[in-house]
Design a protein around this ligand. Structure first.
Ligand SMILES: *Cc1c(COP(=O)(O)O)cnc(C)c1O
Length: 378
């Protein structure tokens, strides 16, 4: 056991400024969905570079994915999606009564393998849901070309990719539909929360009403400081809106992202790659730290040594994670009936090292030294 403080895998970086913003909402006397959410949506739209009105905040990234899927899919429609993702992706599709069809990933980027996706197509395939794994969207052009060739909608699970770019353009500023997560440990947090970004008016109208129990145009009334008393409801809806408290936290985090969070995450990830890339037995995942802000720091440990390395790191007070248990192995999503050999191999090798803006370079070095020394057999 080490006497050094534990190095956490992830954590929320929130403090005095967020607390003051919450206090302001409390003093204002309305904690529900009101003007603070409108301001957060506008500021997100300005940041991403889309029209105000094209960003809709919801209660979680999972809700964003579910509502986006419901907006464009019919029950029973199939969605091509990599098995190697957080179960939230699969549960969101399941809740939307769509069928997630688990696909392989490319072993270099851990993004969806389009050759395998093509093999999994049926006449019921209506969408593809790419995951920007560890914030890197991979060959997103190829994904959009694939979707265009097969007339599929693209719903990007951009939970890891807030503030990340592809060909210089921010994720959310181009393409079909993007869903962000602002849960406690993502690139920015609103406590919990998420957003749907699109320019499709049908999706915008659906998500806008569905997040507020299906009450028609309730969003517009709330943003005008009113409530709906005489209204119609034509479709099912949920309590999936964002609160003023959440938005107040998110607004501060958005301001801190560029100056504070993004540079730290990139700096630490660069150090990890420099130090670990040279160690035998460690494989890095392809990325582009010039364009992205990494949410995770995944490495692969070969030769069946991952679990031993993870246990030894734990003994040294270093927390790690496994992103993710593949969904096709979960009972609800097939229980391993289907075999995805590449995904299963990666699941046995993948290890996420501590990455958050509250670390120091010394701590990153401590993690790298530990990995090196464990693999060298010391
Ligand atoms: C975090 C995450 C989600 C879900 O977001 P929540 O805000 O936690 O509901 C979806 N997909 C991926 C890949 C995630 O990492």
């Amino acid at each position: 056991m080490s006497s050094l403080p534990t190095i956490r895998l992830a954590r929320s970086i929130v403090g005095e400024v967020e607390a003051m913003a919450i206090a302001r909402v409390i003093a204002d006397g309305y904690l529900g969905m009101g003007n603070e959410v409108k301001l957060f949506e506008d500021e997100l739209a300005d940041f991403v570079g889309v029209s105000r009105g094209n960003v809709l905040c919801v209660s979680s990234g999972t809700a964003a994915l579910q509502l986006a899927a419901e907006a464009v899919l019919q029950p029973g429609d199939e969605v091509l999606v990599q098995s190697l993702t957080f179960v939230a992706t699969f549960q969101a599709l399941h809740a939307a009564r769509a069928i997630p069809v688990p696909c392989e990933v490319l072993s270099n980027t851990l993004t969806i393998d389009l050759v395998d996706a093509r093999r999994n197509m049926t006449p019921r395939t209506k969408a593809i849901m790419p995951i920007h794994y560890a914030s890197y969207p991979g060959d997103l052009d190829a994904i959009y070309n694939f979707a265009a060739d097969h007339k599929l909608r693209v719903i990007e699970d951009a939970a890891h990719a807030f503030g990340c770019r592809h060909h210089g353009q921010l994720i959310g500023s181009f393409g079909d539909i993007q869903c962000f997560s602002f849960d406690g440990i993502k690139n920015i947090t609103s406590g919990e929360g998420g957003a749907v970004v699109t320019s499709d008016p049908v999706v915008l109208e659906y998500v806008s009403d569905a997040r507020l129990l299906g009450i028609e145009r309730d969003t517009q009334r709330r943003f005008a400081g009113q409530r709906s008393w005489d209204f119609d409801v034509k479709r099912p809806g949920y309590r999936s809106h964002m609160s003023n408290i959440m938005a107040a936290i998110g607004r501060i985090q958005l301001r801190r992202f560029v100056s504070e969070f993004a540079p730290k995450r990139v700096e630490f990830s660069k150090r990890y790659r420099q130090r670990l890339g040279a160690i035998p037995g460690v494989l890095l995942v392809d990325t582009d730290l010039g364009s992205i802000t990494p949410h995770l720091q995944p490495i692969r440990i070969s030769n069946h040594r991952r679990d031993a390395v993870r246990a030894a790191l734990q003994d040294l007070g270093i927390e790690t994670g496994i992103h993710y248990k593949p969904n096709h192995l979960l009972s609800l999503f097939g229980g391993g009936q289907k075999s995805l050999p590449i995904t299963e191999l990666i699941y046995s090798e993948i290890l996420s090292l501590p990455l958050h803006p509250g670390l120091t370079l010394d701590e990153v070095d401590r993690v790298c030294d530990a990995v090196a020394s464990i693999l060298a057999g010391n």
